[in-house]
Design a protein around this ligand. Structure first.
Ligand code: AMP
Ligand code: MG
Length: 317
């Protein structure tokens, strides 16, 4: 009888310990969402310091937003946009790195990726409550100030060639933030994590919920409810970035006007696909290339930067 009691107590202890172990393991997963960089940013981290890492990563994304926002008067971008031609504007090393990459991809893509589209994105104002299609004259006027060669980079400083030139880092800042977010997260004791900056996905470490510890990223079906996937990409590490017309657009007279502008024409680029997804290690480069390839439709750049590209279309009705 005494023996049975001892066995029962031992079993109970084992069950309690197992329960505590599972509970503590579950606690090691931490997810949170914040609205930063003009988009919904969601983090899911696994490991002992998942909570602390989340806090630090949001802080880092906020720091980048403060440098690269077009609207915050203290940002590097605001100071560049309000500067006069020939004035030398000192910027943070973060902004300088983003500008160097933007200029490199602008050259490589023959100007399809071009941060000086700002006068056009402001004119089109896709997020306005009652957006309108600009006139041809208005677009022509803006095109006088569009062209990446109007931005000169020299020893950490930025110089414009014309007063009216302005930059918009909407096609690259999230990409940069993704790489920095991963770098900050990796300073903590984590086993893995997934960073989602409005559809820019960055993964690192192991996925505890997968048999092979890999991450499976779905490619959003354009114009379908968020989370509708037909294709998935399995990766261990790196970024999956999508540029899509469905992400920001308005409709007028049966026509869709979306936020990815062809810098040559000043109009949203019309294509027979609705999104371009780029998968590669660098989220910064992937972000530039997804936007560039949306405009050119040309996959060649992906070979040079060693990435993969996927074109998606909306479901046919
Ligand atoms: P993404 O979602 O990365 O393709 O970026 C689109 C955003 O980048 C737009 O909302 C604009 O702010 C900006 N943008 C639009 N057209 C271009 C372009 N051709 N090159 C660079 N940035 C662009
Ligand atoms: Mg982009």
């Amino acid at each position: 009888m005494k023996k049975l009691k001892t066995v029962l107590i031992a079993l109970m202890v084992v069950f309690i310990l197992a329960g505590l172990y599972l509970a503590s393991n579950r606690e090691k997963e931490f997810s949170a969402t914040q609205f930063l960089l003009d988009t919904t940013c969601s983090l899911t981290f696994y490991g002992d310091e998942s909570r602390e890492a989340t806090e630090a990563v949001f802080e880092e994304i906020g720091r980048i937003e403060n440098l690269m926002s077009m609207y915050k008067e203290t940002s590097d971008v605001y100071r560049i946009n309000t500067s006069k031609a020939g004035e030398e504007i000192s910027v943070s090393p973060d902004t300088y790195e983003v500008l160097e990459t933007a200029q490199e991809i602008a050259k490589e893509s023959g100007g399809a990726f071009d941060i000086t589209v700002a006068p056009l994105t402001t004119l089109w104002n896709f997020t306005a409550e009652t957006p309108k299609v600009p006139t041809e004259e208005e677009i022509k006027e803006c095109l006088n100030f569009v062209g990446y060669e109007n931005i000169i980079l020299k020893d950490g400083k930025v110089i414009k060639t014309k007063d009216e030139v302005r930059i918009d880092l909407g096609g690259i800042a999230k990409g940069y933030a993704g790489d920095r977010a991963k770098e900050v997260a990796e300073r903590f004791n984590l086993t893995g994590g997934i960073i989602d900056l409005g559809g820019n996905i960055i993964c690192f470490g192991e996925n505890p919920k997968s048999e092979y510890k890999i991450w499976r990223v779905g490619i959003q079906v354009p114009f379908s409810p968020t989370g509708t996937y037909e294709k998935t990409i399995d990766i261990k590490y790196g970024a999956v970035v999508t540029s899509g017309n469905y992400q920001r657009y308005f409709e007028k007279g049966g026509e869709i006007y979306h936020h990815i502008i062809d810098p040559k024409t000043g109009y949203p680029h019309k294509a027979d696909y609705d999104s371009v997804t780029v998968a590669m290690e660098s989220s910064l480069i992937a972000d530039c290339l997804a936007t560039a390839v949306f405009v050119t439709g040309d996959e060649e750049l992906l070979e040079k930067y060693q990435g993969e590209v996927y074109f998606e279309k909306a479901f046919k009705e």
